[in-house]
Design a protein around this ligand. Structure first.
Ligand SMILES: *Cc1c(COP(=O)(O)O)cnc(C)c1O
Length: 316
């Protein structure tokens, strides 16, 4: 696996171009020409779609001479992890505002973040609700100077702009023309921004990993309306297995089977739900109650959006 070693747009796009595609043939996906784009491999620590959402934020912070990145997230946030790693790599001080009181034992994720040099600032769940307010930092008692703030999950304009790189590179480097492209969806930024960048002939499907598909749809639609063009995507319903971070036996079993397909790691929060949903539409899995309007597809690209550090959250 390669590392992003340099903070430059050119180097990042080059790394994105070199992300491999992997073809999967398995009875789990009968009659489907299935490929995976392995953005988990773009960097071992600044992984998956979070790398794309960070790139323009980091470039802008550097251009403006900011030496500190402040962001926020939960105890298993891939965005916090990626931001901490990026700060260590590219010489930014990082501060992570973490939802909830400091636990007696830090999650493996937060231990990593501290090891990467991130200052963790725990705030109550109530205070955390104000994370999108202008005076959030003051309210949680953080006095920072010369900092660049990135919202939870990397969900800002520059984050969406970074996802456009992903869409462009998919168009440029796909091994074939896909009918469909599928991605796991949390905030909906990745889904919405991909809808803007991918050509109309590719049907884009999001797999919501949490309850509240309506809010994901709304958020993705907002990001998909960029440049005054409304772009369409499909959402799978009931793919969340009980909610964010929740797991089911059906999910675990699908995760194990899919991981065995080809040197592939998945985690239960995002990518296993994506694979499980896709497999279900190829050949229904007992215990799944998924709903989708379209007929079964033929040539699918699944986006592996990384986040494997979260795999450790299942045991703990
Ligand atoms: C954050 C994340 C997503 C979801 O991205 P959104 O833009 O928030 O919808 C998907 N997969 C992985 C692995 C993630 O870490």
């Amino acid at each position: 696996m390669r590392y992003l070693t340099e903070l430059s747009l050119e180097a990042f796009i080059e790394a994105a171009r070199n992300v491999p595609y992997q073809q999967i043939s398995s009875e789990l996906f009968p009659g489907i020409d299935l490929w995976i784009r392995r953005d988990d491999l773009i960097d071992p620590l600044i992984s998956g779609n979070k790398a794309y959402k960070l790139i323009y934020n980091l470039l802008e912070a550097r251009a403006q001479g900011k030496d500190t990145i402040v962001t926020c997230g939960g105890a298993w946030s891939n965005h916090i992890h990626a931001t901490a790693a990026a700060g260590a790599r590219f010489d930014f001080h990082t501060i992570g505002i973490i939802r909830g009181e400091r636990p007696p034992a830090l999650s493996a994720m937060l231990q990593d973040a501290e090891r990467f040099g991130m200052d963790l600032h725990f705030v109550s769940r109530v205070a955390y609700r104000g994370r999108n307010d202008m005076d959030f930092l003051a309210k949680v008692g953080l006095a920072c100077e010369n900092f660049w703030f990135i919202p939870e999950g990397g969900a800002n304009e520059l984050g969406a702009k970074g996802i456009n790189i992903l869409a462009d590179v998919i168009c440029e480097t796909s091994p074939k023309q896909f009918d469909e492209c599928w991605v796991a969806s949390g905030t909906g930024v990745t889904l919405g921004a991909l809808a803007v960048g991918l050509p109309d002939r590719v049907k884009l499907t999001g797999v919501p990993v949490l309850q509240g598909e309506k809010s994901i749809r709304k958020s993705a639609e907002r990001w998909a309306c960029a440049k005054g063009r409304e772009r369409h995507f499909d959402l799978v319903e009931n793919a969340h297995h009980g909610g964010y971070g929740k797991c089911s036996l059906t999910l675990l079993s699908a995760q194990r089977k899919c991981e065995a397909l080809g040197n592939l790691g998945l985690e239960h929060v995002y990518t296993a739900k994506l694979f499980c949903a896709a497999a279900h539409f190829a050949a229904p899995i007992d215990g799944n109650k998924l709903v989708r309007k379209n007929a079964a597809p033929k040539r699918i690209l699944l986006l592996h959006t990384g986040g494997l550090q979260g795999r450790r959250g299942l045991a703990g």
